[in-house]
Design a protein around this ligand. Structure first.
Ligand code: ADP
Ligand code: MN
Length: 176
């Protein structure tokens, strides 16, 4: 199955502010995999069903997102970047990375992003409760899920190196 793909498909997930987009961009730059930022895609292609006033974000139409990505994911060689992970088909991914950050660090990052107090609290609470880690472990085989800390720049670099090494190993195995 994986052998028929041009490259592996990786999901990078985690609470907003944990470093998904920065990490995904670095890995994409180093490996040639395509970075797919689901939030940006939802905006560009209007894959939503309106605006959520309470949470100050688009209401994602999950079926539309999956339809829009199906052929691209079947072709392979993608890094999907999204803060949720329970609505993608399990078969899409070869590796699922969950990034984590400490509460105070996350709080500061979201403040810098000019999020409102409610939205900051909501997201920090989500991180404290390990909501995305649980979601990933419920949605994917445990042996393809990697939970990585993303508090500092060295941690980010180490995560990028680690994911790139994983991609290189996948390519080797696909050639063999
Ligand atoms: P996400 O896509 O998960 O919302 P971003 O990649 O946009 O997160 O990162 C949010 C902010 O935090 C950015 O300003 C980024 O530079 C910073 N950041 C992310 N991860 C780290 C890290 N491991 N160390 C230091 N700063 C980080
Ligand atoms: Mn992002």
């Amino acid at each position: 199955m994986t052998g028929s793909r041009a490259g592996p498909n990786i999901l990078i997930t985690g609470t907003p502010g944990t470093g998904k987009t920065t990490t995904a961009e670095l890995v994409a730059g180093a490996t040639g995999l395509r970075h797919l930022n689901v939030g940006a895609l939802v905006k560009e292609q209007e894959l939503h069903s309106g605006w959520d006033e309470e949470f100050d974000c688009h209401v994602i139409d999950e079926d539309k997102v999956c339809d829009a990505l199906e052929d691209i994911m079947t072709a392979g060689a993608n890094i999907v970047d999204h803060h949720g992970c329970d609505f993608f088909p399990e078969r899409w991914f070869d590796l699922v990375v969950v990034l984590q950050a400490d509460n105070t660090i996350l709080w500061e990052r979201l403040e810098k992003r000019k999020y409102g107090l409610n939205k900051i609290q909501e997201n920090v609470q989500c991180e404290i409760m390990h909501v995305i880690v649980e979601e990933a472990l419920e949605s994917y085989r445990q042996d393809i899920v990697q939970v990585l800390p993303s508090n500092t720049v060295p941690e980010m670099e180490s995560n990028v190196d680690r994911i790139c090494a994983w991609v290189a190993a996948w390519k080797q195995a696909a050639q063999a």
